[in-house]
Design a binder for this molecule. Structure first.
Ligand code: F6R
Length: 577
């Protein structure tokens, strides 16, 4: 989490950093800061708040200079306050650094530095980095001191640092278990946690690998392995454009990304699944690992694989090492839109003996390097914290994998049709905005969509919400269903309807306010509000269901005055375990 950016070149660094931080804010938005080197002096400005406000109040772009670094924070060590915001610096303000990750041995390193006379002013683990580099630079060159410091760190990090005492003008980089990408320009170089922050300036990137160190100058870059030897890393070119990372007239990224689905679905359906398909054919036992929204897509995949006769189970990635014993006979399918989720990566490393397929949206991400076969979602960058288009894209590639593309010919039209329901959904959102609880029910293959609808709803509306297979209500939760409690029933006319209808009636009898996503006449009669589903091939119902649920969560969030793009306490890319 946390967004990092660095620039060296001839542009006004403060402008590049401010612009980049706006694109990175989805990674963390507790506090924000930049440091720019000008005339051998550092100008550091930082504070608590969003980039838009802090950069205006502190007049970030007034700072002159062509080299700088910036950071948007998601707190791990230390409360959210101005001092704990990055960049951090040594007492003499000669070395400045930004850090994403967690330094596990920071107490020992900090105590050693205090004994040597270093004074600390923050509660963060990150502050020790500039002090450590300063200490090590007493006996060796700055580059060697930086390398030694990085080798002393345990834990996860993406670090970007620079010094006023550097004879050359350079930016130093290091990464381990936190993403960091170099952006290659002409006479200028960039680095950032994620590609969208640099898209305005370049389309050529070098994703750093685990343990890599790098040095940027105006004219180029050098990458070093952990042991300090120079190495080469592959350059990639992306065909994303800057519009993909902008709101383009929509009030929020989330709404834009929901509507993006009608354009990108064709790209996702064009994804190359052939190699993954033939690998799947070789295995009988398939474990799926993922988190959050991606886990819901994984759950559906496990149902579809089981239907094909495979022994398949979806696991929450963070728990996988506690409950599974994968071996050479187990195939792992890891799903992660970012490709950088720490819980997923550690589960993949745990499954060291198994062959691995990754489903991701992010070219060059860590997951792509530790997997044997990759399916890309091809859905452009997703900026809103709540995953929307990437979930639909995950479903699309999963369906292509299982059913083949022919079965999905009607999908683009279906998505357009469901998006047209927005005005009707807005009216239902008004009825839900004042509620304290909501329950989502479904059965069979629609259950993962109920889980996903409920997650989307709670994370951006702050309304408590839970989802169940309909049959589970009577085993406990029904005691919470009283007058006016919303029950959102995913009730398409498929094999699940007879049983689900019974569950809806049970809830209705206890006063529930039923929102029926349905095309069944009986369910419509029981529903207080109906979101009409079209008559389609039943295998496509998950797609028809998820789009209204995304729109519903979005509109309730907006009605409650919440920014759906930046829900509290969350960040887009979860790079800590
Ligand atoms: C919820 C959401 C998260 C992510 C989860 C995994 O809207 O976006 O639950 O799905 O953090 O992220 P990835 O897919 O990047 O591994």
């Amino acid at each position: 989490m946390c967004g990092i950016i660095g620039y060296i070149g001839s542009r006004k660094a403060s402008e590049v950093l401010t612009e980049g931080l706006k694109r990175l804010e989805y990674r963390g938005y507790d506090s924000v800061g930049i440091a720019v080197l000008n005339d051998k002096k550092l100008e550091i400005r930082k504070d608590v708040g969003m980039i838009e406000d802090v950069s205006t109040t502190l007049q970030f772009t007034n700072i002159e200079g062509n080299i700088g670094i910036g950071h948007s924070r998601w707190a791990t060590h230390g409360v959210v306050c101005k001092e704990n915001a990055h960049p951090h610096f040594n007492t003499r303000k000669t070395i400045v650094a930004v850090h994403n990750g967690v330094i596990e041995n920071f107490t020992k390193l900090k105590n050693d530095l205090i004994e040597k006379g270093h004074e600390f002013t923050t509660d963060t683990d990150s502050e020790l980095i500039p002090h450590l580099v300063e200490e090590n630079a007493k006996s060796q060159s700055l580059l060697k001191a930086f390398m030694k410091s990085v080798r002393q760190l345990e834990g996860s990090y993406a670090i970007v640092a620079l010094s006023t005492e550097d004879k050359e003008e350079r930016i130093f980089l290091a990464r381990k278990n936190s993403p960091l990408v170099i952006g290659v320009g002409k006479g200028e170089m960039f680095c950032a946690s994620d590609i969208p922050a640099m898209l305005k300036y370049t389309k050529t990137f070098v994703p750093l690998q685990e343990g890599d160190l790098a040095v940027l100058t105006k004219h180029g870059y050098k990458v070093y392995s952990v042991d300090g030897s120079e190495t080469t890393r592959k350059q990639i070119t992306v065909d994303w454009n800057i519009e993909m990372a902008q709101k383009c007239g929509y009030p929020h990224f989330m709404l834009k990304e929901i509507f993006d689905q009608k354009h990108f679905i064709n790209e996702s359906l064009a994804a190359d699944v052939d190699s993954a398909k033939s690998i799947i054919d070789e295995y009988e036992k398939i474990d799926i690992i993922a988190c959050g929204t991606s886990y819901h897509a994984g759950l559906l995949l496990s149902y579809l694989l089981s239907e094909k006769g495979k022994i398949s189970q979806a696991f929450i990635a963070s728990d996988y090492p506690f409950i599974a014993k994968p071996n050479e006979k187990t195939l792992i399918i890891a799903i992660s839109q970012s490709g950088e989720t720490a819980d997923v990566l550690q589960a993949l490393r745990y499954a060291e003996k198994s062959r691995k397929i990754a489903i991701t949206n992010t070219v060059g991400s860590t997951i792509t390097r530790i997997s044997d076969s990759i399916i890309y979602l091809n859905t452009g960058p997703e900026v809103g914290v709540a995953a929307t288009k990437t979930f639909t894209a995950q479903l699309a590639v999963i369906y292509k994998l299982i059913y083949g593309k022919k079965k999905l010919a009607e999908l683009p039209k279906l998505i357009e049709l469901m998006l047209k329901l927005e005005n009707q959904i807005k009216k239902i959102a008004v009825k839900l905005a004042g509620k304290e609880h909501a329950f989502f029910i479904a059965r069979g293959k629609n259950v993962p969509i109920a889980y996903e609808g409920s997650l989307k709803f709670k994370e951006i509306t702050y309304i408590h919400s839970e989802a169940y297979p309909g049959g589970e209500l009577k085993h406990g939760t029904l005691s919470l269903i009283t007058d006016g409690v919303p029950l959102i029933a995913l009730a398409p006319k498929d094999d699940t309807i007879p049983k689900l209808f019974g569950n809806i009636k049970e809830a209705k009898a206890r006063g529930a306010m039923i929102v029926g996503l349905t095309n069944d006449e009986d369910v419509k009669k029981e529903s207080n509000f109906v979101i009409e589903l079209p008559e389609i091939d039943p295998i496509l119902y998950p797609f028809a269901l998820i789009i209204p649920l995304q729109l519903l969560a979005y509109h309730v969030s907006v009605l409650k005055g919440i920014n759906p793009d930046r829900p509290r306490n969350l960040a887009k890319s979860v790079t800590v375990e």
